[in-house]
Design a protein around this ligand. Structure first.
Ligand code: ADP
Length: 477
């Protein structure tokens, strides 16, 4: 688009420069006609008049001997001489200069003739014979001057007409160039605007159709459109958005499937166990009945925990998770969370070790939320560690960072390296070898959110088959 506009501007500039040059030349020509040629013509015409008047005054003087006529003659001669001088300063062509030189020569002859006559007779009347000879000679010279002046007049008029014709041609050319180039520019502007509009409209139409498809839930194939770079960038961004939406859509479907399974399993177990109790299957075996009640209770707990996580997660997503901060001792919170987990630990005959450094400063925290973090990490350690495994909970004060760091280490199945980055993402479960282990895939996403809201960080180190260590920090000040 920029190139197209530049082309139009370049074309207009060239035409403008061309027109300015021609107008300048035209101006020069017109000035030359007005200031030189017209003046030359005017001077020649009056000089010719002077020549006739000069002869007439001379004749009158010769005949009458009246000195007034001689004075008049002298005046006209002077004016004639001035005009010839003026002409030689104005003429510029070779032919004009040659003619003027001839005129000047003849005028010199005329002056010499006059001088001779004055020397001979002064102001006295001339005898008839001398007068005849003098007049014949004078007529011959003034006749020469007259002819040359007339030629000069013809040449000067032709020169003026030639220049006027040239000016007319130039005006016509400027007019033609302006009109033709104006038409070309208008056509080009229309053409380029049409091409640009097409280039923009076509991809925008495609984008509009694609947007409608996306709005109706069809994410389809990526959009590939030939378009100017600006629109192409928009299309690329649109494609990225579609890919992301497709991914999220798939994630949503997977998650709903997974969640339904997560909720249906405990409900089915509860239903089956309560049906067995209702039908009195173990009516004579009270210890079996007790086992069924225990199963129902455990599944209810699991159900409550899953629903709580979902609720927490939706609060977190909506930005509605509120915190009530206070300074508290992290050791006490850890202790309480371990106690809650104790029955599960005992069931799997696991070992739990506490390594809490003395003199850990109090940290600013929401006790309930930090307890939730610890319970999540502890229950994961319990969930993903085999029977008789070991869980180590430690807390130290990292003075360099001025933060308390709490680690939950297990010697369970570990996390594959390519899953380490994703475990904190919502809905992400590293499911390869642990299909049987149930979970919402939300626990660690909630944990990270809570830790970050405290100004802390969380990270994990893990080796497959050797175990995992989740560590989170809480700033002291
Ligand atoms: P879930 O409800 O599935 O446990 P989490 O967000 O708590 O969801 O954990 C995400 C995934 O991280 C889990 O599915 C599991 O694959 C992996 N994970 C979390 N903690 C551990 C651990 N201690 N040992 C091995 N894998 C773990």
């Amino acid at each position: 688009m920029i190139i197209n506009n530049f082309l139009i501007i370049l074309l207009i500039s060239i035409i403008s420069i061309y027109t300015i040059i021609y107008l300048n030349n035209l101006n020069g020509l017109i000035e030359s006609v007005i200031k030189r040629d017209s003046r030359i013509i005017k001077i020649i015409e009056t000089a010719l008049d002077d020549l006739y008047s000069m002869n007439a005054a001379d004749d009158k003087y010769i005949i009458s001997g009246d000195p007034d006529y001689f004075l008049q003659f002298g005046q006209i001669r002077n004016e004639f001489h001035q005009k010839i001088k003026k002409l030689s300063s104005l003429t510029d062509t070779g032919a004009q200069s040659n003619l003027l030189t001839d005129v000047e020569k003849n005028y010199d002859q005329y002056s010499t003739l006059l001088k001779e006559r004055m020397l001979n007779r002064g102001s006295l009347k001339l005898p008839e014979k001398i007068r005849r000879t003098y007049i014949n000679k004078r007529e011959e010279i003034t006749g020469n001057i007259d002819r040359r002046m007339r030629n000069l007049l013809i040449i000067s008029t032709e020169e003026r007409d030639r220049k006027l014709q040239l000016s007319r041609d130039m005006v016509a050319r400027i007019f033609n160039v302006s009109v033709i180039s104006g038409i070309i520019v208008v056509f080009l502007v229309f053409f380029i605007t049409y091409i640009n509009a097409r280039k923009i409209n076509f991809p925008i139409k495609l984008l509009r159709e694609k947007t409608k498809e996306v709005a109706s839930g069809k994410f389809g194939d990526v959009l590939k459109i030939p378009a100017p770079p600006e629109i192409r960038e928009l299309a690329n961004a649109f494609n990225v958005m579609c890919d992301r939406l497709k991914e999220l859509d798939q994630m949503k479907i997977d998650y709903i499937n997974h969640l339904s399974h997560e909720l249906r399993t405990p409900l089915t177990v509860i239903k089956e166990a309560s049906l067995m109790l209702e039908q009195g299957v173990f009516s004579r075996l009270p210890e079996k009945q007790e086992e069924l009640f225990k199963v129902i209770n455990e599944e209810c707990e699991r159900l409550i925990s899953s629903v709580n996580r979902i609720l927490d997660f939706s609060r977190m997503e909506a930005g509605d998770m509120y915190f009530s901060f206070q300074h508290a001792d992290i050791g006490a919170v850890i202790e309480k969370s371990i106690v809650k987990l104790f029955p599960l630990i005992r069931n799997k005959k696991m070992n739990i070790i506490k390594e809490i450094s003395p003199n850990i400063p109090a940290v600013r925290m929401d006790i309930e939320r930090i307890a939730e973090v610890l319970e999540n990490l502890l229950s994961n350690a319990w969930k993903y560690t085999q029977e008789r495994g070991t869980i180590t909970v430690s807390a130290v004060h990292n003075s360099a960072k001025d933060a308390v760091e709490i680690s939950i280490k297990d010697n369970g199945m570990g996390i594959p390296e390519d899953g380490l980055q994703q475990v904190f993402d919502k809905f992400k479960r590293v499911d390869d070898r642990r299909g049987a282990i149930r979970g919402t895939g939300l626990g660690l996403a909630i944990v990270r959110h809570i830790v970050n809201a405290h100004g802390g960080e969380i990270w994990v180190k893990s080796k497959i088959g050797e175990g995992s260590t989740f560590t989170f920090s809480l700033p002291v000040s």
